[in-house]
Design a binder for this molecule. Structure first.
Ligand SMILES: CC(C)(COP(=O)(O)OP(=O)(O)OC[C@H]1O[C@@H](n2cnc3c(N)ncnc32)[C@H](O)[C@@H]1OP(=O)(O)O)[C@@H](O)C(=O)NCCC(=O)NCCSC(=O)/C=C/CCCCCCCCCCCCC(=O)O
Length: 719
């Protein structure tokens, strides 16, 4: 039963216990329980103090986010917290585990707060497209001052109990039983004046230059938020706290929350929250990773110590795995010996650790991996080389070792074929830099066993990654969708756009970097190599714009042939101060190159509107997402959206490409794709996916219903 219980300890301390596993979210039943308990406390003359705690060592994870999807009913939070604060008996929050969002706001309505040393506190509402609207935006700055409240509320970051103590959010921290301590504390403060403990009655201490502090915060959230509304509203609520009396501040908090609450961004961010928890609980074999047997990996090897390999070594070691790091090239091995310990130390420092938990040994030979439980191969993207390594590993490693490849798109099954036990081969596609980026695509080959996949998924989680299980196809999910997106960007250049124009459109949408700036950063030669492998490139004075029966843009190949590989050569779609330069400047050479190219091919440039740039790039990408769902390469739209948000810079407040298509309207996306396909019949990626057509025909169900629709649709098509 989800509720809040009331009991009286030793005749005088009322104990209100939140009971709504797993995080004691403030659902309607819990709010009703607290409201009733407050009434009982008021009526009971024996009770002299009150303690509020959460069941199972977790104080409260905040408002029940699932309730936000429907009409809100039951006692509202704001008056409930006011009633607690107004009590004439001291109320103490016993914070164990977590006090987040509405949970911390509840605690701020209490007169005292005692926290366990392992507890995490924070107001993460901004990450859900909201603001702390249960009085948090008004009480917190009155408790800890405006600058610290701005930091916590606009970032939504979780803080430790010791930081909370330093900031003055909690009164005491204990390593022992926080509940027991809170009860003793409650008894000890009976009779002390409560007026100064009521945060709503305190003035808000603001710095003398309050306006400039707020303006600076606003500028910062604009820049960081890439179009997100909630951080801006948070600054607005804090401005009210700093400049208005409490009651008017609360009114402003309510107004701002009303604007955010029903916004598309709040829906997108709450969808992103739940998607992150849904993903990966799937495999093509039908098994679930969380109920398959997994192996706990204590010792692993990484083969190949280029940029990706070094990052993977660090990520493993930070997760407490001992690593054998192997590199056959002497120079690269020497570089890794120097760089990896430095990266590791920095990583450990960021986590507040003095020493990294995992031990690393370096080697130049594969024979040193014989004792490990799992291997991650991270060599150059070359199938023949990878196959040679896998066949060698199959003889060197002991039976049962899980063999993983950090490939960004090669066929896992071809690698598995090179071994004696294909069931133990899976893909682990990391994103650069591998010790920083959160996304991991775990690629299930047709013969990968549920156990091997589950082991990779769980290891990814230990490494702090958001692991998403995907099927085996060229480019898997992320890179397969990237192809039509980049292709459209190149076509737009041919038709008259500039790299800056395309990038500005995409950055205006919310990507941290447009496609051409991103390409310069990762190196134009990455895609060139893939196109060469696919037999698509051709050199010559007059390269054709049709390859393998479809439209092809040789522009990026020509850039590579001219040595313009991006930041590393100091020249790409932009120019940089030198090789390795970071600041992109528009390059008249590129302008001239594009003009010459268009003239040579008889292409008449036209003015291209931002709307067309966005529609062609984004809908081509999304359309491939529908094909991926139809092919069963991703379990559901949430998987694709998580991949794009965590791995490709899709703005989180837009949910992900599939969610965004739902928000735009599936019928509109279909109509636009039909329109662009009509104008570009030689571009197969613009041909609307048949799944998209079927969803539109079925009345465009909401994205949360697509899984159900797809599985019914599959059964139907098999009949
Ligand atoms: C850190 C965590 C809490 C725990 O992490 P972990 O241990 O890893 O576990 P998870 O896998 O993440 O979670 C376990 C399951 O619990 C579910 N969960 C977690 N938190 C919540 C929650 N808050 N609500 C519901 N469900 C939750 C999670 O989905 C998992 O479920 P499942 O196993 O997948 O099924 C971590 O979970 C975490 O970070 N949680 C979120 C914490 C958070 O963000 N809290 C803030 C919530 S928002 C809030 O508190 C807002 C407060 C102010 C509200 C003010 C009043 C609002 C109404 C007013 C409306 C007025 C406008 C009306 C306008 C009009 O229409 O007119």
């Amino acid at each position: 039963m989800k509720m809040a219980t009331y009991s009286v300890l030793s005749g005088s301390v009322a104990l209100i216990t939140l009971q709504n596993p797993p995080v004691n979210a403030l659902s309607e039943a819990v709010r009703t329980g607290i409201t009733d308990a407050v009434q009982r406390t008021l009526k009971d003359p024996q009770v002299t103090s009150v303690v509020i705690c959460g069941q199972n060592g977790r104080f409260c994870g905040g408002a029940d986010i699932r309730e936000f999807a429907g009409p809100m009913s039951g006692p509202p939070l704001v008056p409930m917290i006011h009633a607690l604060e107004a009590m004439e008996k001291p109320v103490v929050a016993a914070i164990e585990g977590l006090a987040l969002g509405g949970g911390l706001e509840l605690a701020l309505g209490c007169h005292y707060r005692i926290a366990h040393s392992q507890a995490l506190l924070g107001l993460p509402e901004v990450t859900l497209g909201l603001l702390p609207a249960a009085g948090g935006s008004q009480r917190l700055p009155r408790l800890i001052g405006l600058p610290a409240a701005l930091d916590l509320i606009t970032t939504g970051r979780h803080i430790s109990a010791s930081e909370a103590l330093k900031l003055g959010i909690v009164d005491q921290v204990t390593d022992d039983n926080a509940l027991k301590m809170a009860v003793e504390f409650a008894r000890s403060v009976v009779g002390q004046p409560l007026g100064p403990r009521r945060l709503s009655t305190r003035p808000c201490h603001s710095p003398p230059d309050v306006d400039s502090v707020l303006d600076q915060a606003l500028a910062q959230v604009w820049q960081r938020g890439r179009g997100a509304l909630a951080p801006v509203a948070c600054v607005g609520a804090l401005r009210a706290a700093a400049t208005l009396p409490y009651a008017q501040g609360m009114e402003k908090e309510r107004e701002l929350m009303a604007t955010l609450f029903n916004s598309g961004q709040a829906r997108a961010l709450q969808y992103a929250f739940f998607s992150q928890r849904v993903v990966g609980k799937w495999q093509p074999s039908g098994a679930r990773w969380d109920n398959s047997t997994t192996r706990t990996i204590r010792k692993a090897a990484v083969i190949g110590l280029g940029t990706m390999g070094r990052g993977i070594v660090v990520a493993l070691a930070l997760a407490g795995v001992s690593v054998v790091a192997v590199e056959s090239q002497e120079k690269q091995l020497a570089a890794a010996r120097q760089m990896v310990p430095e990266m590791l130390q920095r990583g450990a420092g960021r986590r507040g650790l003095d020493t990294p938990p995992g031990v690393i040994s370096f080697s130049s030979g594969l024979e040193d991996v014989s004792e490990v439980e799992l291997v991650i191969e991270a060599v150059f993207e070359d199938m023949a080389l990878k196959r040679r390594i896998f066949s060698r590993l199959a003889t060197v490693c002991r039976p049962g070792t899980v063999l993983c490849s950090n490939t960004s798109g090669l066929d896992i099954d071809q690698l598995a074929e090179a071994t004696q036990n294909p069931a133990l081969v899976v893909g682990m596609h990391f994103f650069a830099p591998a010790h920083v980026m959160k996304l991991l695509e775990v690629v299930c080959g047709p013969r990968s066993s549920p156990e091997a996949v589950a082991t990779a998924m769980v290891l990814g989680k230990r490494m702090g990654k958001v692991s998403v299980a995907v099927g085996n196809c060229p480019g898997f999910v992320g890179n397969r969708m990237l192809k039509p997106y980049m292709e459209q960007a190149n076509f737009l250049l041919e038709e008259g756009a500039t790299p800056q124009q395309v990038d500005e459109a995409l950055e205006g949408f919310g990507f941290p970097m447009g496609v051409f700036r991103m390409s310069d950063l990762s190196g134009l030669d990455v895609g060139w190599r893939v196109r060469k492998e696919a037999g698509l490139t051709e050199q010559g004075v007059e390269p054709t714009r049709m390859r393998q029966g479809q439209r092809y843009s040789p522009l990026p190949d020509q850039m590579c042939e001219g040595g313009r590989l991006g930041q590393k050569t100091g020249r790409g779609w932009y120019r940089y101060d030198g090789p390795g330069g970071r600041v992109a400047r528009s390059d008249p050479w590129v302008q001239n190159f594009l003009e010459t190219y268009r003239a040579r091919h008889g292409l008449v440039p036209r003015r291209i509107a931002t709307e067309e740039i966005l529609e062609r790039c984004l809908y081509a990408l999304t359309n491939e997402g529908f094909n991926i769902l139809q092919d069963g390469v991703a379990a559901g739209p949430e998987d694709i959206d998580v991949i794009y948000v965590f791995g490709y810079g899709w703005p989180r407040h837009r949910g992900g490409p599939m969610f965004h298509a739902g928000q735009v309207g599936l019928a509109r996306v279909l109509e636009k794709l039909e329109h662009y396909q009509h104008s570009h019949p030689d571009v197969p990626h613009l041909k609307p996916s048949s799944l998209l057509r079927r969803l539109v025909a079925a009345g465009s169900p909401p994205v949360q219903k697509w899984r159900e629709f797809i599985s019914k649709d599959r059964v139907h098509s098999q009949l």
